[in-house]
Design a binder for this molecule. Structure first.
Ligand code: HSE
Length: 423
């Protein structure tokens, strides 16, 4: 795919008009792009047609007319008949340039690229306001579950207290295979790749980055605040071992990769992604396979639960279709929490309670526990349950996956004293 599209970067302030038919320029024909094509075919009342598809590799065999495909990105962006760009490519840098160029050319965009959005959302929000073009991306978080639009439209007040969710289908699938069938980690990961759930680089899934990117997007729509991924903590399941599985089973718990967003007080919230012990009475306890589940908690309404397929071509393709039809009705995100509220401030000055399995006391010392409530030691390994500051975890975030340890959140988080700096 050609990415030299700088010539299209001249500013345009055309307000895009909503025409009778949406003529789509599609970028990417991988799992989700093909899924969208299929879903569109099965949706005859949708007034949308794909005019051209920009792909990277023209040599690949495809069972559609060759004339549909091009490797020339500019030809889509410059085509006046195309009034909607749908961006479903893997490469986040290319995706950023495509989305930016399209918005600057006055074309609205539907994107599913959580990596790109989590890094550039702040700028892309400003670009939408400047150009009048709209960017929709409900497919980027939780596949077929319409969580972004709900946070934007239904939860458009300040009652929201927390969001806790399984946002990554691949890791949930892997954990289901391990806990339910006793399959080993690498076989389960391989299967998730074969089924098209995993990212092209599956470390994004298993290290919790994919879930973090989705959580960052949800945070913008939930609390109005943008948090850069580097400022946030993610830890995944790649170091999960038999002792951790045994520990969870003995306590009657499951381990899930959970994204947590919690309001701490009127001014502050925190967020992180970690393997988390889940109790049988929690809604997400029974979320298995590639399904996602999101629990939204608010003052007065307590908890609400959204559940659905979070990965795979057809579920995600159907979310893209929903954004396409939303654009037909001229829908755009208003970013209400940013427009009408004072967005909450992000803090890492909180105490989180974790389980840490380790072998070397040197590794234990790296964590700076402020309190340890339980300890276990054997010749092979030890574990502790205790509290530590989220900021301490962030300071060793890059090192953590390389250590012979496994970390999991118990579910307890509290503000650390009266402070609350964004450290
Ligand atoms: N790799 C992602 C997942 C795909 O497993 O959830 C959907 O975003």
């Amino acid at each position: 795919m050609e990415t030299s599209i700088a010539t299209l970067n001249q500013k345009s302030v055309n307000t895009p008009s909503v025409s009778e038919t949406q003529v789509i320029g599609l970028f990417g024909f991988g799992t989700v792009g093909r899924g969208l094509y299929h879903v569109l075919e099965q949706s005859p009342t949708t007034k949308a047609r794909i005019k051209r598809v920009c792909i990277k590799n023209s040599e690949k065999e495809r069972d559609l007319p060759q004339s549909l495909f091009t490797t020339d990105a500019q030809s889509l962006l410059a085509d006046e008949e195309i009034n909607l760009i749908v961006e479903l490519i893997d490469n986040a840098t290319d995706a950023y340039h495509i989305v930016k160029s399209a918005l600057l050319a006055g074309k609205s965009v539907v994107s599913g690229n959580k990596t790109m959005l989590a890094h550039h959302l702040e700028e892309l929000i400003a670009l939408q306001q400047e150009t009048g073009a709209a960017l929709l991306y409900d497919a980027s978080a939780c596949g077929s579950i319409p969580v972004i639009r709900n946070l934007e439209e239904y939860y458009d007040n300040d009652l929201l207290l927390s969001i806790k969710g399984i946002l990554n289908g691949s890791t949930n699938y892997i954990l289901s295979r391990i806990f339910t069938d006793g399959q080993n980690y690498s076989d389960a990961l391989k299967r998730a790749q074969e089924l098209g759930f995993a990212e092209s680089n599956p470390s994004f899934d298993v290290e919790g980055l994919d879930a973090l990117y989705k959580l960052i997007i949800l945070t913008v729509h939930g609390f109005g605040t943008y948090v850069h991924p580097q400022q946030a903590f993610n830890y995944g399941i790649s170091n999960l071992g038999q002792p951790d599985i045994r520990y969870a089973r003995e306590k009657g718990l499951k381990l899930k990769l959970v994204a947590t967003l919690a309001k701490l007080n009127k001014e502050r919230f925190t967020l992180f992604v970690m393997p988390t012990f889940v109790k049988p009475d929690e809604y997400i306890y029974n979320v298995e396979e590639e399904y996602n589940g999101v629990v939204i908690e608010g003052a007065f309404y307590e908890k609400q639960f959204m559940f659905g397929k979070g990965a795979g071509g057809f579920p995600t393709g159907s979310a893209v279709l929903s954004d396409i039809t939303a654009r037909f009705h001229d829908y755009r995100y208003e970013y209400k929490k940013r427009s009408y509220f004072s967005p909450l401030a992000y803090t890492t000055n909180v105490l989180v309670e974790v389980y840490l399995r380790y072998t070397s006391p040197v590794d234990l010392d790296l964590f700076g526990f402020t309190e340890i409530s339980e300890k276990y030691s054997s010749r092979e390994y030890s574990w502790v349950i205790g509290k530590l500051r989220l900021s301490s975890l962030i300071s060793i975030k890059e090192l953590l996956p390389k250590l012979n340890v496994f970390l999991a959140f118990t579910g307890n988080v509290e503000p650390n004293g009266t402070g609350g700096n964004n450290e």
